[in-house]
Design a binder for this molecule. Structure first.
Ligand SMILES: *Cc1c(COP(=O)(O)O)cnc(C)c1O
Length: 482
C-alpha cells in the first residue's frame, strides 16, 4: 500500500465503485442500504481530496478510504444523544440537559408514550379537549395565577408575550436587562423578532421610577422586567421593584381606555416555585411573589429551578392568557405529550414542598447540605478505591465550589465536595478524554491543577458512582505498565 502524498493528483483517488467493493464496506451492507454506504464513501473520498488539497500527506488507497467510510457508516448505528454523568458540579447544566426528571415524571412520560393518551381528549366531556388543560389548574393552584399556558421554552414564551401584546407598540425596559442569558437569549433580539419597539430607560446600574413614568406614552403596551438571571451588578445599584412598576402602571391606566392597559410583565427566567431558604438573600424570587407584587404576566423556564422538562410557562391574568392561547404561536410553540406528562408530574410534586425538595433532583442537589455531599463524596471515593491501586493515582475528597448554573443564583458559591484524582500513571487530560469519548456513558468532570475532579453533588445516584469507579479502573487498566 503506497503512501500517497501532496504531489499526487486527485484523479488517482479510487473510484466510488471500487471503494464500495472493499470488504470493510461490503461487511456493512447487511446493516444499511446501498445508497447510505455510497453516500458515506463519497463523503470519505471528498474529505481525503480536501485534505490533500490542503497539503496533508494521506494514505489514498482504496482500503484506507473504505475504512474511513466504514467508520462513518458505523457511527450512524450508534446513538448520538445519550445518557451522561454530570460530575462537573454545575447543577442546571444546559449542555448536559439542565434538569434530571423526578421518578414520577419519568414514569409519567413512559406511561403516555407506551399507548395512546388523553393529550387532547376531555374525559369529563367525552370529546375533544385541550392540551393546555393538563398543567393549568396545578400552576394556578400553586402560584395564585388566574390562568397559565406552557410552551416550548421560556425564550418562546417571551417572544409570544411580546408578539401578542407589543407588536408595533412600545415595551419599556430598563437598560439593566439588556444582557445575554443562557447562551443566545438577548432581550433586544427577541424584541426585534417580535416587532416590539424597545424603549430603553435608566442606566445599566440605576433605574428610577421616574424613568419608567417619563417613558410611558399612548403607544406603550407594557413595562417589561427581565430578571437578572445569570449576573449581578454589585456596588451602587438601584432597580425599580415590581410593586412600584405596578403602581406606575395603575396610575397610567387610570387615564387610558380599560381595554388597553399598560401591562406589567416579568420574564423571571429561572422560575422557582419555592424559595430555597438555603440561599438566603440570594434566593431567587418565587413566581408567586412576582404575581403578588402585581405582575400581570410572569414567564419562566420548566427546566431550570422548577426541575422539570424543557418548557416555558406563562402565568397571570386570565384575559391575557386567553389571548395567548388564541395566538397562532400557541400552536407553533405547543408542547408534545412527553413534555406535558413530565411537566404535569413535576409540578404536582410541589403540592408537598418537602416531597418536591426530596424527589426533584435539581432541588435536591441545590439544597443538599455540605455535610451530606461530603458523605456522598466519601462513599464515591471508597468505590473508586476498589477499582484502582496505589500506583495508579492518589485519590482524596476535597472541598470545592458548585454552581447552580442555568442562569440562576450567580452569586452563590455552593459548598460542595469532589473526589480529586491525582495521577501517578497516565494524566488528567488523557483520562478526561477517555471518560468522555471511550465509555458507553460519558462522564463529565473537570480538571484543576493537573488533577481530575469529580463533584459528588451532581452525581445522581449510587449507580452512577459505580459507573464512575469502573470507568476509572478501566482507564488505568488499559494504560501500558511501566
Ligand atoms: C434562561 C432564561 C431565558 C431563556 O429560557 P429558555 O427556557 O432557556 O428558553 C429567558 N429569560 C431569562 C431571564 C432566563 O433566565
Amino acid at each position: 500500500m503506497a503512501d500517497h502524498t501532496n504531489g499526487e493528483l486527485p484523479e488517482q483517488l479510487p473510484a466510488i465503485d471500487d471503494v464500495l467493493q472493499d470488504p470493510a464496506l461490503k461487511r456493512m451492507a447487511r446493516l444499511m442500504p446501498h445508497n447510505v454506504l455510497a453516500q458515506e464513501a463519497l463523503t470519505a473520498i471528498a474529505e481525503v481530496r480536501g485534505a490533500i488539497a490542503e497539503g496533508q500527506h494521506l494514505d489514498i488507497s482504496r482500503e484506507a478510504i473504505a475504512r474511513k467510510a466504514a467508520a462513518r457508516a458505523s457511527r450512524l448505528l450508534m446513538p448520538s444523544l445519550k445518557r451522561a454523568i454530570n460530575a462537573s458540579g454545575v447543577i442546571v447544566h444546559t449542555n448536559l440537559g439542565r434538569s434530571v426528571l423526578a421518578p414520577t415524571a419519568q414514569e409519567a412520560v413512559n406511561s403516555v408514550i407506551c399507548g395512546y393518551s388523553t393529550l387532547e381528549y376531555s374525559i369529563k366531556n367525552m370529546r375533544r379537549g385541550s392540551r393546555h388543560a393538563h398543567c393549568e389548574e396545578l400552576i394556578c393552584a400553586l402560584t395564585g395565577a388566574e390562568a397559565a399556558i406552557a410552551v416550548n421554552n421560556n425564550a418562546a414564551a417571551v417572544m409570544m408575550v411580546l408578539t401578542e401584546f407589543a407588536t408595533e407598540r412600545e415595551a419599556v425596559v430598563s437598560r439593566e436587562a439588556l444582557v445575554e442569558i443562557g447562551g443566545s437569549f438577548r432581550v433586544p433580539d427577541v424584541m426585534a423578532q417580535s416587532h416590539a419597539i424597545m424603549v430603553e430607560v435608566g442606566a445599566t446600574n440605576m433605574t428610577h421610577p421616574e424613568d419608567y413614568e417619563r417613558a410611558i406614552t399612548d403607544r406603550t403596551a407594557m413595562m417589561l422586567k427581565v430578571h437578572a438571571s445569570n449576573y449581578r451588578i454589585i456596588g451602587e445599584t438601584e432597580t425599580v421593584p415590581l410593586s412600584e412598576m405596578r403602581t406606575i402602571a395603575d396610575r397610567a391606566n387610570a387615564q387610558r381606555p380599560a381595554n388597553d392597559p399598560v401591562l406589567v410583565y416579568e420574564d423571571q427566567g429561572s422560575g422557582a416555585f419555592i424559595r430555597l431558604d438555603a440561599f438566603g438573600d440570594y434566593a431567587e424570587p418565587a413566581v408567586v411573589e412576582s404575581l403578588r407584587q402585581g405582575a400581570d404576566l410572569v414567564s419562566f423556564s420548566g427546566d431550570k429551578l422548577l426541575g422539570g422538562p424543557q418548557a416555558g410557562i406563562i402565568a397571570g391574568k386570565k384575559e391575557l392568557i386567553d389571548r395567548l392561547k388564541a395566538n397562532s404561536l400557541a400552536r407553533v410553540l405547543r408542547l408534545d405529550k412527553m413534555t406535558l406528562a413530565a411537566l404535569e408530574a413535576t409540578i404536582r410534586l410541589y403540592l408537598n414542598p418537602e416531597e418536591a425538595l426530596d424527589q426533584i433532583p435539581t432541588l435536591r442537589m441545590l439544597s443538599q447540605t455540605a455535610a451530606e455531599v461530603e458523605a456522598r463524596a466519601e462513599h464515591m471515593l471508597e468505590l473508586i478505591a476498589e477499582h484502582i491501586t496505589e500506583d495508579d493515582a492518589f485519590v482524596q475528597v476535597v472541598p470545592e465550589v458548585a454552581r447552580a448554573g442555568g442562569g440562576a443564583l450567580p452569586m452563590c458559591d455552593i459548598e460542595t465536595y469532589a473526589v480529586e484524582v491525582s495521577f501517578i500513571r497516565g494524566d488528567a487530560q488523557s483520562c478526561e478524554k477517555y471518560l468522555v469519548q471511550d465509555r458507553p456513558v460519558p462522564i463529565i468532570g473537570c480538571i484543576r491543577r493537573d488533577a481530575l475532579l469529580l463533584d459528588a453533588r451532581t452525581v445522581v445516584d449510587e449507580r452512577e458512582m459505580h459507573i464512575i469507579a469502573q470507568a476509572l479502573g478501566a482507564y488505568f487498566k488499559k494504560l501500558p505498565r511501566a
